[in-house]
Design a protein around this ligand. Structure first.
Ligand code: IVH
Length: 717
């Protein structure tokens, strides 16, 4: 909506100084709407319909009115949408090729093991040549750029790897990113890292401080905050850079090797990192790692490790992916950063499965550019100076409140307390006594034999567990409800008029608030529009894929991968829930069936059964499912796959590929791979030395193939 088309309002041309209270409120409402509409036009529809200057004028008038009438500031005020977390408001883009993360290694041994794993998977001997690329791991944020017929048409952040944010307008303001390519494949997705140099970061922080704006903790945060701006003119004013190091969707290959493809990207006009090189094995990789590490301080931008990738792209294809990381790459991180500070207190947090986690409250200290005031202390034994194997750690030194402790952080992981300086221990400190009851609900918190963790036994009556379960339920990989994050969950949980105490309550919220939205509307932070938006966002998630639902339940030992495996196996909620209801731990056909699933062990199996059979827990799950439309797990749609939906068992020795590769390829073709033969098995692939499984297959009349027969069946796939 252009400014000229704005509905005529009585107040919209009155000077701020002359506005009455009523007129000011009316104006703030109009401005909030106008800015919101402009944002949608600009970001979601990618079709701005007012100029940058007009947009700025709307915002300036809004701020001026708020400054004069602070009490009238709206919860959806446009002035809160500048410069901070601005994720809402970006359009979403589903990546056609997922954006993955990397497996991390820290020690030199991790590099040799990586090489060994790759060789084993590919069935290569130790002396067969195998080249890798090595390049700095840039500490910024990844971006995917889509070019069609040489034109930059879309830029998306990584997001959760499947769906990212549309930051096309912002990416276009980055000088290192070409808008037009000549001689590129018709379709090309270039991936790389947006970052900010040290010098630009320092200058930006100086400017921000001088203008009273927000300063950033480190170049990475500055780059992220600058890219994820709803107002692209802000991005433009920030000196962002881009290194290309990978690709996604492609119409034609860029080359036969990783290094060749990167060269090609360079010749197309992208910045590629000059320290990239090809190495011929772990020793060479390590030498290059140390070389890059030595140059780290003088590079002028942050790097946090060195990335190794198998150079040959055909081998990369064969190696394929685990659930979130490629098998053909390793991020070799630089050693953790350290600092010493005072341990001011130890707090106990209660997690969704009841685990009591000790958290160190520290005198704030900068560790590798980030201010740290909390760190994990792991568990009771760790504080006492006992390791996971029962042996002393830190020479048996315990950790006490008042101690001088060493904190370290490696990459994005939660900082840890590593060591304690006994020479600085003040007199009169006492050994920390770990609570044996839950600090939140008072229930007993016993330790199971062999477990270092104390767990609150309160189950659903423990408010801390309930809140954490709910936070997990709405988290990104679970229900991911827009506008309902951890903060809102805390608020709704504590509320007595319109509470959310269990997942089902989320879906009955609108019905319980049927009195014209009045309850929610009058709540802190909610206006009528945001209340309606929330109800809509909740409704949108009633339809939920089975795997996500299982993950969202927050069952101990059942992560994203386990949930997806269970969903694939059982297919529908009804099948899953009736099998879990009938199952007995340790015996019977349902138990066997569960253990037969590749990737399901006894611990996971027992945990799922226990949860689904625990009366109160089950009643709560049933109330939830009654509100949902659970989508069956589809056997992965694989075009022309002769084995999609089939259950395959591999037995005996495979000669042309390893078991891991065979399994991964079968799964990629939509087959299920099971560990043992049963009436449900469709195909048995038996290599030399196959014993009882092949015999059982014959007995049951199941199609049995040798390795070549299997390869012929799946063809060139
Ligand atoms: S390759 C399929 N190369 O690190 C693998 N990633 O921890 C695609 N990163 O999400 C990534 N420098 O944002 C690759 N030279 C580099 C990198 C790099 C930084 C980031 C990237 C990725 C994250 C994983």
């Amino acid at each position: 909506m252009a400014l000229g088309e704005t509905q005529s309002h009585a107040a919209d041309h009155i000077a701020v100084a002359d506005l009455t209270d009523d007129q000011a409120a009316q104006e703030l409402e109009r401005l909030a709407q106008a800015v919101a509409q402009a944002n949608v036009a600009y970001h979601t529809n990618d079709a701005p319909d007012i100029t940058d200057a007009e947009y700025d004028a709307l915002k300036r008038r809004n701020s001026a009115i708020e400054a004069r009438f602070p009490g009238l500031k709206r919860s959806d005020s446009p002035s809160d949408q500048v410069g901070g977390a601005v994720a809402e408001g970006f359009g979403k883009i589903a990546h056609r090729v997922r954006m993955l993360s990397l497996e991390n290694g820290f020690a030199d041994d991790d590099v040799t093991e990586f090489d060994q794993r790759v060789r084993r998977y590919l069935n290569l001997s130790d002396d067969a040549p195998l080249a890798y690329t090595a390049e700095p791991k840039i500490d910024g944020l990844s971006l995917s750029l889509r070019y069609e017929n040489g034109q930059l048409i879309q830029a998306a952040t990584r997001g959760d790897g499947e769906v990212g944010e549309n930051v096309t307008a912002n990416a276009r303001t980055i000088a290192d990113i070409p808008h037009v390519l000549t001689g590129a494949p018709a379709l090309l997705e270039v991936r790389g890292e947006v970052y900010m140099s040290h010098a630009d970061f320092a200058a930006l922080n100086d400017r921000q401080a001088a203008s009273g704006g927000k300063t950033f903790a480190n170049p990475r945060n500055a780059a992220a905050g600058s890219l994820r701006q709803l107002d692209a003119s802000i991005t433009k004013s920030r000196p962002l850079r881009f290194f290309a190091y990978a690709w996604g969707d492609l119409s034609d290959p860029l080359g036969a090797t990783q290094s060749g493809s990167i060269e090609r990207l360079k010749s197309l006009g992208f910045m590629v990192n000059p320290l990239t090189c090809v190495c011929d094995g772990p020793a060479d990789l390590l030498a290059h790692y140390h070389q890059i590490e030595a140059q780290r301080a003088t590079l002028g931008y942050d790097i946090d490790g060195v990335v190794y990738k198998v150079d040959n792209l055909e081998l990369q294809r064969r190696l394929g992916f685990r659930s979130t990381t490629p098998r053909w790459a390793l991020a070799h991180k630089f050693p953790a950063e350290l600092a010493w500070t005072l341990l001011e207190a130890i707090d106990i947090q209660v997690g969704r499965t009841g685990a009591l986690s000790p958290v160190a409250r520290l005198r704030p200290v900068t560790v590798g550019g980030v201010v740290v005031s909390n760190a994990t202390l792991h568990n009771e034994d760790y504080i006492a100076g006992i390791g996971g194997d029962g042996q002393p750690i830190r020479g048996g030194k315990d950790i006490r409140v008042g101690d001088w402790v060493q904190v370290y952080r490696a990459g994005d992981v939660i900082p840890k307390v590593a060591d304690v300086d006994l020479s600085k221990r003040p007199q009169g400190t006492e050994k920390y006594v770990f609570p044996d009851t839950c600090p939140k609900c008072g229930s007993a918190a016993p330790r199971e034999p062999g477990d270092a963790i104390r767990r609150c036994s309160g189950g659903l009556i423990c408010p801390a567990q309930a809140v954490e379960k709910l936070k997990h339920f709405v988290s990104r990989a679970a229900f991911d409800i827009e506008g309902l994050g951890a903060k809102q969950i805390e608020m709704f949980f504590a509320d007595d008029t319109l509470p959310i105490r269990e997942p089902a309550d989320i879906f009955t919220l609108a019905a319980r608030d049927s009195a014209n939205l009045t309850r929610l509307k009058n709540r802190d932070g909610f206006g009528e529009t945001s209340a309606k938006k929330l109800f809509q966002a909740i409704d949108d998630k009633r339809k939920i894929p089975l795997g996500r639902l299982i993950f969202a339940l927050g069952i101990r030992h059942v992560g994203e991968n386990g949930s997806s495996i269970l969903a694939q196996h059982y297919g529908t909620w009804d099948a899953f829930e009736s099998a879990m209801t009938a199952a007995r731990i340790g015996e019977g056909p349902e138990w066997q069936d569960l253990l037969n699933i590749d990737g399901v062990g006894e611990v996971l199996a027992a945990s799922v059964i226990t949860t689904l059979q625990q009366q109160a827990e089950r009643a709560s799950i049933d109330r939830l499912v009654a509100e949902l439309d659970v989508q069956p797990a589809q056997a992965r749609a694989v075009a022309d796959s002769p084995v999609a939906g089939k259950t395959v068992v591999f037995t005996g020795t495979l000669e042309q590929m390893t078991r891991a590769e065979a399994k991964a390829r079968a799964e990629a073709l939509g087959a299920k791979v099971a560990g043992s033969v049963s009436a449900k098995t469709d195909i048995v692939v038996a290599g030399p030395g196959a014993g009882s499984k092949a015999a059982k297959a014959e007995e049951l009349g199941i199609l049995t193939l040798d390795e070549q027969g299997w390869l012929d069946l799946i063809g060139g796939a």
